[in-house]
Design a protein around this ligand. Structure first.
Ligand SMILES: Cc1cc2nc3c(=O)[nH]c(=O)nc-3n(C[C@H](O)[C@H](O)[C@H](O)COP(=O)(O)O)c2cc1C
Length: 386
């Protein structure tokens, strides 16, 4: 029987997660937009690169420390923004991930759409954290959120720009999943097949909008008012001027998440962002885009050595992280690799995901002949067919 202990890689955690949460929730996590071409390409993209080991280096001691988004971290990867964690972990929601990240001395990114409030998330650990924002239509609400994130002590801001409208996620349409989950004839059986999950979900705050207490709290079976209120939140005429305004307003480390071209990376630099997160939202928004890993080399060449590049999408192995760094990234951020752990076992599952990737990454460093992050360079990677 598969247990947290017997999981040896991220795919195992995915299999365990599928047994722990109802199928519509698991499909919400694992699914992508349209034909899921981008979802698949994000992971497959890593397969286009080979790792070139450097022989006979002294790798008796390994250091994985790095500095990103103004923070010193122990690992060159961290937890990306994932909203509504109460669906995956009804008991602790986001707090499970925050605590897991703190144990590994890496960053946690709190989503605007967290079930717990940003203040509660900030207080859940002493480690550095990032706050992810969407551009909200209500300027006053946006300014208030920015100030709350500052007051709560978040170190960096991440602006997600690829969600002007929701992606066409057909798995959700088929399963009848809504956010928060709604009881339909179709979904009821699925939820009842996971009684432990259902028990905690009904008692927990998976349907809370932690950062928008004014929004209605809903229960399974009644999400209409909630969905209506949410759809009014987004600013549809978002432009670079909005991004520039937010960068100035924040005044600290600022990443734009959802950059998928050299031109936009250069525009983000001009706007004053300190980092770009190469991301297509894990293939959940626009289908048929390139994979983030395929863009790293050209974006690094264009933006120069100072701007931080974070690779987000498809990371399932320590070797994926190594390849991203070798191509010029400063760090990687994890979506599903972390969420699978969270669904599989709450905080312990999230820690398991981080520990698997940590062990794989360190082993990869040793075998490739690198004892510190700054020793990982372009000579360690080779594009197939190049
Ligand atoms: C369940 C789930 C929820 C997500 N919620 C958010 C969110 O609230 N804000 C955001 O910027 N990105 C969100 N994302 C996208 C992730 O931050 C990240 O870009 C993506 O998952 C990376 O791809 P990967 O899952 O292959 O690692 C979410 C992704 C998943 C799987």
């Amino acid at each position: 029987m598969l247990t947290l202990k017997s999981c040896i890689n991220i795919d195992d955690l995915g299999r365990l997660a599928a047994r722990k949460v109802p199928f519509p929730v698991n499909d919400y996590v694992e699914g992508g937009a349209d034909d899921e071409v981008t979802l698949k390409r994000n992971s497959d993209g890593f397969g286009h690169y080979q790792i070139v080991p450097k022989a006979l280096q002294d790798v008796s001691s390994i250091c994985t420390k790095t500095h990103v988004m103004g923070c010193d971290i122990e690992l060159p990867f961290y937890i990306s923004a994932t909203g509504f964690s109460g669906m995956m972990c009804p008991t602790d929601a986001e707090l499970a991930g925050v605590r897991a990240a703190a144990k590994f001395k890496t960053l946690y990114t709190a989503s605007t759409f967290s079930n717990r409030s940003l203040e509660e998330i900030a207080q859940a650990s002493h480690s550095d954290k990032l706050f992810q924002v969407y551009v909200l239509d209500d300027a006053e609400l946006a300014t208030r959120l920015n100030q709350r994130a500052k007051d709560a002590g978040f170190k960096g801001m991440v602006l997600t720009i690829d969600t002007i409208v929701g992606g066409n996620r057909e798995r959700d349409a088929r399963s009848g999943l809504s956010i928060p989950p709604r009881l339909t004839v179709k979904s009821t059986l699925q939820y009842m097949l996971r009684p432990v999950w259902l028990f905690h979900y009904l008692r927990g705050d998976g349907a809370n909008m932690g950062n928008f207490p004014e929004m209605p709290k809903v229960t399974l079976g009644d999400s209409k008012a909630f969905v209506e209120a949410m759809s009014k939140l987004f600013k549809k005429d978002l432009t670079w001027a909005d991004a520039e305004h937010m960068i100035q307003q924040w005044g600290g480390p600022f990443a734009i998440k959802g950059i998928m071209s050299v031109q936009d990376a250069l525009r983000a630099k001009e706007a004053g962002a300190s980092a770009v997160i190469l991301s297509n939202h894990g293939g959940r928004q626009l289908d048929c885009t390139p994979s983030p890993i395929e863009l790293v080399e050209e974006v690094r060449q264009a933006v120069g050595p100072e701007m931080e590049i974070i690779v987000d999408g498809g990371i399932r192995r320590g070797t994926d992280i190594f390849k991203a760094l070798a191509l010029g990234a400063n760090a990687c951020s994890l979506g599903r690799a972390y969420v699978r752990g969270l669904s599989a076992g709450g905080q312990a599952g999230a820690e398991k995901a981080l520990s698997i990737l940590e062990a794989e990454f360190k082993r990869c460093m040793i075998l490739a002949g690198c004892s510190s992050i700054d020793q990982i360079g372009p000579e360690h990677v080779r594009k197939i067919g190049a």
